[in-house]
Design a protein around this ligand. Structure first.
Ligand code: SF4
Length: 422
């Protein structure tokens, strides 16, 4: 008889979409008693491991995720029966839905069927997670917000630091501290929030001690695009550091933005199904209210820090900006958000926007087709898709040229309006 695989007694690896996100999500899983860690860092070796199983049709995030999972199999204490990998899935045209069956096939082909590929879904109340799933959903959301906040603090501080490396060190130490709060077992949501807020306050204060050199203004570059590729440093060839090297500061779209988009899509779907006044709609509304409250409590600590980096109050503001180019009724997913967010960044003072896209991903391809019009409508605003396939060459000169365009745009805008951001 086939044994049902459960998480109990296994070590769970969380894919590194972003390092900080995986670290925080692993901490959230630990809060319900699951031994969880981020999956190993990606590198050329993990690429080689993945390549043995790939046909070449897979998108870059899929290859990188699988390579990082396969790295686990080389660990000295690796035991398939005690190992699990987190791999959410979805339906639809995007290749994300392909990850799960391929990962299962790979481990089956290796004779390691005992590995558990965990793909929890809201449709069955996340029952695959087992006891504590409901608690985890809320702590997991808090983990998303915490990692978004930590990343924002790092990106706004590091380009100006006088002591090189200090912001990165504070970032790591702060992450460790907030993860301790996220991972505390068997405490109420209220108490956990108190601990998280304490850890976030310490993180904020530590970042505020960094001595900054603001004599030379930095170019502010908005970052949009495919969620994995923009957040995973390895897959975008450490683009953010390159932007910083050429005198820029990156303003990256948050992960929470995608979550709000999916919530909004859920509401639209319920309305289409005639369930505007249904129990499902009521549950969705209550859930969003709780999510908003958690988010607001954490962001309130950073009001001064993020004053110059305003985010939309509601995702529909982004979707409305996108509407003249890609209306949400006809286009779905990241492409709609990327176009709307690029316009948002321009309105909030960015000097240019880079859209990070895996090579052959339709999001980047569709965005690239509308960006020339967007750019023209915004007075030749520098707006560029950069494609990544894991084999970049001559990439640095592309960034250098882009930064020059952004510099010119800033100059023209300053000449016209007399306004400067920094
Ligand atoms: S959005 Fe594009 S890159 Fe991302 S998973 Fe889907 S197909 Fe792959």
């Amino acid at each position: 008889m086939k044994r049902t695989k459960t998480l109990q007694g296994r070590r769970l690896y969380i894919p590194q979409m972003s390092y900080e996100g995986a670290l925080c999500m692993a901490a959230a899983f630990r809060s319900i008693g699951i031994e969880a860690y981020p999956s190993p860092d990606s590198d050329a070796h993990s690429d080689d491991l993945a390549r043995k199983y790939l046909s070449g049709d897979e998108c870059l995030p899929e290859a990188i995720t699988l390579g990082s999972f396969l790295k686990v199999t080389e660990m000295p204490d690796y035991d398939p029966a005690r190992t699990a990998f987190l791999l959410p899935t979805s339906n639809g045209p995007c290749r994300f839905g392909h990850y799960l069956p391929l990962a299962r096939k790979i481990f089956a082909d290796r004779g390691e069927d005992e590995v558990l590929i965990l793909s929890p879904t809201s449709s069955n109340g996340y029952q695959d997670i087992g006891k504590g799933a409901r608690e985890l959903v809320r702590t997991g959301w808090r983990a998303v917000i915490v990692s978004d906040i930590m990343r924002k603090m790092l990106l706004k501080t590091r380009p100006y630091e006088k002591e090189k490396g200090l912001s990165d060190r504070i970032f790591q130490a702060s992450l460790n501290r907030v993860c301790e709060a996220l991972a505390l077992p068997a405490i109420s949501h209220k108490k956990r929030m108190g601990e998280i807020l304490r850890a976030l306050t310490a993180a904020r204060d530590a970042f505020r001690t960094v001595e900054m050199d603001r004599r030379k203004p930095k170019l502010l570059i908005g970052i949009v695009g495919e969620i994995f590729c923009r957040l995973n440093d390895y897959s975008n060839s450490y683009l953010i550091r390159l932007i910083e090297k050429y005198g820029g500061e990156a303003w990256m779209s948050d992960v929470s933005e995608w979550v709000w988009y999916t919530n909004d899509e859920e509401e639209k779907r319920l309305i289409r199904q005639g369930k505007r006044f249904s129990g499902s709609m009521m549950i969705a509304k209550i859930r969003q209210k709780v999510m908003h409250a958690d988010e607001a409590a954490m962001l309130a600590l950073f009001r001064e820090d993020f004053f110059d980096y305003p985010e939309p109050k509601h995702i529909t503001q982004v979707l409305d900006l996108s509407r003249p180019y890609l209306p949400r009724e006809g286009a779905h997913g990241e492409m709609v958000i990327s176009v709307g967010k690029a316009i948002w960044y321009q309105r909030k003072g960015a000097d240019g926007v880079i859209d990070i896209s895996p090579f052959t991903c339709m999001n980047g391809i569709v965005c690239e087709s509308v960006y020339p019009r967007v750019s023209e409508d915004l007075g030749q605003f520098p707006l560029r898709v950069l494609y990544f396939d894991g084999l970049q060459s001559n990439f640095e000169s592309d960034v250098e040229i882009f930064m020059e365009l952004a510099r010119n745009y800033r100059q023209q805008r300053t000449d016209k309006t007399g306004l400067t951001r920094s």
